[in-house]
Design a protein around this ligand. Structure first.
Ligand SMILES: [Zn+2]
Length: 302
């Protein structure tokens, strides 16, 4: 089957090595009251993505959605200049980042917007969203509005078969998200629970993996929350327990200061620093390739 990207549909075999949860243009600076949270440095981003492509990354899933400063024309510009495949997303993030329609509309009306962005295209562009995400929950709680958005995401998934990518706040509420999706008859093998590497816990990871979803080790390099050595240990543990098919990787870059020019680690960190470290700690090259190529392909296929 095909994958919808900003450059039109591509065959799933063209995905290649994939970063599963990234932002190439995102603005959360209003609610965060921090101008660093407006990632809009297009020239630096193009430069980094061009380099990322040259070292073997073929695709990026861009999970910025409605209310997060999503800007499809910027994504098109990055694709045109770099030829990196970019998969776009629909949905609403979490409180307090919702646009007003989340409060005004009911879940089926919100789902209608998401379904239209998948089937017809994102307003004023020819790009069709492929991923329902990132849809999220707050730390240790799911608010009333977040519950409505998760229900709308489930409805959209039932109608379209497209995958749902979630955001957890520091890894919390993952099992509750899965419980809700099960109740809403979502195919759990099309769900990626995000940010489970911010708060690593073996037993918690196993309980989540036993549900059959994907586990996002998608904040790699954010060592203020968790050391990368630990991320690697927890990935190894999941592999040993038979869950290699459920692991996906990314960095979740969201800030100017994450870019190389802003003094940060840059988009190439995963490829150039994390993977060599993982290999030196005993994860095989074949396992890494499986995680970076086969798992995204299976998850994104609809
Ligand atoms: Zn997130």
């Amino acid at each position: 089957m095909t994958i919808q990207t900003v450059s039109g549909t591509i065959d799933k075999e063209q995905l290649g090595r994939t970063y599963i949860h990234e932002h190439l243009n995102i603005d959360l600076s209003g609610p965060k009251k921090d101008s660093d949270a407006n990632l809009d440095n297009i020239d630096s981003i193009v430069e980094e993505i061009e380099y990322l492509k040259s070292i073997g990354v073929d695709s990026i899933v861009e999970v910025t959605n409605i209310g997060m400063g999503r800007n499809i024309s910027k994504l098109e510009e990055v694709w045109k200049k770099t030829k990196m495949n970019i998969v776009a997303s629909t949905g609403y993030y979490k409180e307090p980042f919702y646009p007003v329609e989340v409060y005004d509309l009911d879940y089926s009306e919100l789902a209608k917007i998401m379904i239209s962005e998948i089937n017809k295209g994102i307003k004023y562009t020819e790009t069709k969203a492929h991923v329902i995400g990132e849809v999220g929950t707050s730390k240790d709680t799911i608010t009333h509005a977040e519950l409505k958005v998760l229900k709308a995401a489930a409805f959209t998934h039932r109608e379209t078969g497209h995958p749902i990518f979630t955001h957890t706040s520091l890894g919390t509420m993952a099992l509750e998200q899965l419980e809700l999706f099960k109740k809403e008859k979502v195919n759990i093998s099309k769900v990626l629970i995000g940010h489970l590497d911010l708060n690593c816990d073996k037993e918690y990871h196993l309980r989540i993996a036993d549900c059959g979803c994907y586990l996002g080790f998608d904040t790699i390099g954010k060592t203020k929350y968790e050391k990368d050595e630990n991320r690697i240990k927890y990935i190894k543990y999941l592999i040993e327990r038979g869950h290699i098919d459920q692991i996906v990787l990314s960095q979740d870059m969201t800030r100017k200061s994450h870019l190389k020019k802003g003094g940060g680690i840059g988009y190439s960190y995963l490829m150039e620093k994390f993977i060599p470290k993982a290999i030196s700690m005993g994860i095989s090259k074949e396992e890494i390739e499986h995680i970076m190529i086969e798992n995204p392909k299976r998850l994104l296929d609809v």
